[in-house]
Design a binder for this molecule. Structure first.
Ligand code: ATP
Length: 238
């Protein structure tokens, strides 16, 4: 480990049609960390993920393992291993679970590795294994979230960015998904977890950033953030 963060975002600003949304955002994610990005509705979390994935123009700098991404296309960024699990899952609903997973690995040439990774996904998510021939759109919300996460993992991500994983899911399902994220990290994938549910995000993360109206207003270890009176009052209902 040479001390270079895996992801280093510096002074990133972005918006829609001249309307600024993000103001000079700076965040870092180190290899093998789980970092939470939290904030209320409309704070700009999804906008930041879209800028990182190069789906939205921005100013400032985005470096992945020291390499500048700002001039790259979304496909190139994906190819470097920066992979998003989008809000709302965005599955191919009329395709089977297995075909969705294979779509995640479409860029990889090594068919034997893909086949191994399919098996790995079915071990990680036994429910998906049982339903591999089922149409993705016919599954429950929790199963669809599993499918979206497995599809992203099939791309062999270096950094997986998960947007609003817990939205609309029962607490018991969210606990299962958090457990899977912990397992994924043990396997060496770095995770950026974007959540409106601050309690959930900080429960599994090492560090966190709080975003309000397009600015990072607080950052620190997950423990310090949970103990912070401002966070408790604004986000944890205390
Ligand atoms: P949520 O979790 O509800 O998606 P968020 O923190 O991800 O919240 P964003 O979706 O990034 O917030 O939205 C940030 C701001 O950008 C909001 O004021 C929103 O209205 C605006 N915005 C988002 N998408 C667009 C768009 N396509 N065109 C114009 N404005 C947008």
């Amino acid at each position: 480990h040479d001390g270079t963060p895996l992801l280093k975002v510096e002074g990133l600003s972005a918006g829609y049609g001249g309307m600024p949304v993000l103001h000079e955002i700076s965040i870092e994610v180190n290899k093998a960390e789980m970092v939470a990005l939290v904030g209320g509705n409309g704070a700009g979390k999804t906008t930041l993920l879209r800028a990182l994935s190069r789906l939205l123009p921005c100013t400032g700098s985005i470096a992945l393992a020291g390499r500048e991404l700002r001039t790259l296309t979304p496909d190139q960024v994906f190819g470097l291993g920066l992979v998003q699990v989008p809000e709302g899952r965005q599955l191919f609903g009329r395709m089977t679970v297995q075909d969705n997973l294979l779509m995640g690995g479409y860029r990889r040439g090594d068919k034997a590795a893909l086949s191994r990774d399919l098996d790995r996904m079915y071990a990680l998510f036994p429910r998906l294994g049982e339903r591999r021939r089922q149409l993705a759109g016919s599954m429950s919300g929790g199963e669809q979230q599993m499918c979206a996460m497995a599809r992203a993992l099939m791309a062999a991500p270096v950094l997986m960015m998960v947007d609003e994983m817990s939205l609309g899911l029962a607490p018991v399902v969210v606990d299962q998904l958090m457990e899977v994220l912990a397992q994924i990290r043990r396997d060496g994938v770095t995770v950026l977890l974007v959540e409106q549910d601050v309690q959930i995000a900080l429960s599994g993360a090492d560090r966190g950033y709080v975003i309000e109206t397009g600015r990072v207003v607080l950052s620190g270890s997950a423990k310090d953030l949970v103990d912070d009176p401002a966070v408790q009052q604004a986000y944890l209902g205390m």
